[in-house]
Design a binder for this molecule. Structure first.
Ligand SMILES: *Cc1c(COP(=O)(O)O)cnc(C)c1O
Length: 567
């Protein structure tokens, strides 16, 4: 085979993810999973890991969010053009067989350049929008998480099977395959076929598949703490879609479940290393999948992206080296209190300018400001703070504060969209006593403005649904403490009164207790702490020194490299 890439001969880890956040306005991500993928790859490039990433091009994106007059979400396609963004078309094409048609798959290469002497990491974006394909197949790489189950399954064939074939056609030498969530698990089927024994070497009844060999190459990170969240496909549909270059359905059932094709099950059965995204999530995953060994590598965020430019400049000046070794941030006491407060004040000003621009409302820079922004969906409970609006109003009257909200709901998440409307009603209802704004069009750029410009980061998910959560980690890089339910990463990050505060206990599903504790903490602990600048600066330092120094993707990727990839 010709080397299409001079450097492709280096053994690499292939990182597969349905979504990767490459840039805020390249809509190849929907939320946390994609942001994590992007941050992971940036750290991998910085520390010099040889990796290549694979995802779908999603030319029409996820969607751009607008909010109508009555708080209804309006979804607008967010097209982007790889050529206009300077991406190079890959010099090879491969095909997969879908419903008896040959579907051609090309790719575009986006380069992540490692900082501080790192390496260059190619990201291959798979594209079926080629003139040789049937019109319906050209649309297969168009929408991220769009369409029905059949559309989704075809996309997962493109990602898992097509992606693996394209890496080979491009001459990449892959020694490990990392599946970021189960969407790409069909890559294991492609590997089983690639490394199958020849029939001449088999005795009657023996399987041609070399499971141990494929397993030794695969790593699986699960992100879903509930059965209902797993990708599952009906075998009748699968049989309609796959053709001769796919394994026997009877063989597939042994690997992916008898009742339906469960992508999580398939990935679990064919991965040597399996991990959850926080310690508590690994415990839940072990209960869900008792016969598998589930490790825990807790998520992180990419330091350089999630510290505001003002904070990063301070760290550069007083803790040089933090970009490569975020552990340096443990020495945050080296930085003068006034300087930290000033950097935060600047970030707050920038955020409030954005609020003014987007909503026409002017917030008060002197007031404590709480932020809540994430995917709008039932388990995140964005309405928990509004459970008792009389109480909330009374607290705000006594100790004024303000609230900034943002987040998109998946177009088919009916309850998520309803929650956005409800929040808009609460905003109007409370307007006389509490200023609340909802920013439309949440994306990674807005996320940085929010996590760096607010004073307190709020998170109130239903346990144990928050596998990890990452926005609180981003806040920590900006000296913003979290007020959060003890779930996901916060079980590891929370030191009461030092890095932030816990809401409720560790028991599952006690909503009344969560609500009571949330109001109690807000009224008697958090808002009074803000009023005492000495206490507040220690909290800011606590978030940076104890949380940001740990919950970053540099620590995470180094653990993956040694424990999962075994490099
Ligand atoms: C960080 C981020 C998320 C994930 O936040 P969680 O706290 O994990 O829910 C989602 N969307 C965007 C745009 C982000 O930047």
């Amino acid at each position: 085979m010709i080397m299409l890439h001079e450097s492709n001969g280096i053994p690499r880890v292939a990182y597969f993810s349905m979504e990767i956040a490459l840039d805020h306005d390249i809509s190849t991500y929907s939320g946390g999973l994609g942001v994590l993928a992007g941050d992971t790859l940036r750290s991998a490039a910085d520390v010099g890991l040889h990796m290549v990433a694979v995802t779908l091009i999603s030319r029409a994106g996820y969607f751009y969010q607008q909010i109508g007059a009555d708080g209804n979400q309006i979804e607008i396609p967010q097209f982007w053009n790889p050529e206009q963004r300077g991406l190079r078309a890959c010099p090879a094409k491969v095909s997969v067989n879908i419903e008896g048609r040959t579907v051609w798959i090309g790719g575009w290469e986006y380069k992540i350049r490692g900082q501080g002497g790192g390496t260059e990491l190619p990201v291959i974006l798979l594209d079926t929008d080629l003139p040789e394909n049937a019109p319906e197949d050209r649309e297969l790489s168009l929408y991220l998480y769009g369409g029905d189950a059949t559309y989704r399954f075809k996309q997962e064939m493109i990602l898992g099977i097509g992606g693996t074939r394209l890496l080979q056609a491009l001459g990449f030498h892959i020694n490990k395959y990392h599946m970021n969530e189960g969407h790409s698990a069909l890559l294991t089927i492609e590997l089983l076929q690639r490394y199958a024994y020849s029939y001449r070497d088999l005795r009657p009844g023996e399987s041609a598949f070399n499971l141990p060999l494929v397993r030794s190459k695969c790593i699986f990170t699960t992100h879903t703490p509930v059965e209902a969240g797993q990708d599952k496909f009906d075998y009748n549909m699968v049989q309609q879609v796959v053709r001769e270059d796919f394994i026997d359905i009877a063989e597939l059932k042994k690997l992916a479940g008898e009742d339906c094709l469960n992508m999580t099950r398939l990935a679990l059965n064919l991965s040597e290393y399996i991990n959850g995204v926080a310690k508590a999530h690994a415990v839940v995953s072990r209960q869900m999948f008792p016969s598998y060994r589930v490790h825990a590598i807790t998520n992180g965020v990419y330091s350089q992206k999630w510290a505001s430019p003002q904070m990063a400049a301070l760290y550069d000046q007083f803790l040089p080296g933090w970009r490569h070794e975020p552990e340096q941030l443990q020495r945050i006491d080296q930085i003068d209190k006034e300087k930290i407060l000033e950097a935060h004040h600047q970030a707050k000003t920038i955020l409030f300018d954005l609020v003014q621009k987007l909503t026409g409302k002017t917030l008060d820079l002197s007031l404590p400001t709480i932020g809540f922004a994430r995917r709008m969906t039932a388990y995140k409970r964005p309405d928990l703070l509004f459970s008792d609006r009389k109480r909330l109003r009374a607290i705000a009257k006594k100790q004024p504060f303000q609230l900034i909200l943002a987040g998109k709901a998946h177009p088919s998440d009916y309850r998520g969209k309803e929650l956005i409307s409800e929040l808009h009603r609460f905003i109007q209802e409370l307007a006389d006593d509490l200023t609340i704004v909802y920013l439309p069009g949440y994306d990674t750029q807005m996320s940085l403005s929010l996590v760096s410009g607010v004073d307190i980061w709020l998170n109130t998910p239903l346990r144990p649904m928050e596998a990890s959560g990452t926005s609180g980690m981003k806040a920590a890089f900006n000296g913003v403490p979290s007020l959060s339910v003890l779930d996901g990463w916060w079980l590891e990050g929370c030191q009461e009164g030092v890095t932030g505060w816990a809401v409720g206990g560790v028991e599952v599903g006690n909503e009344a207790e969560d609500i009571a504790d949330l109001y109690h903490k807000l009224e008697h602990v958090v808002l009074p702490a803000y009023a005492d600048s000495q206490q507040w600066i220690q909290l800011m330092r606590g978030a940076i020194g104890h949380n940001a120094s740990v919950f970053n993707t540099h620590r995470m990727i180094r653990r993956y490299a040694s424990e999962a990839y075994k490099l």
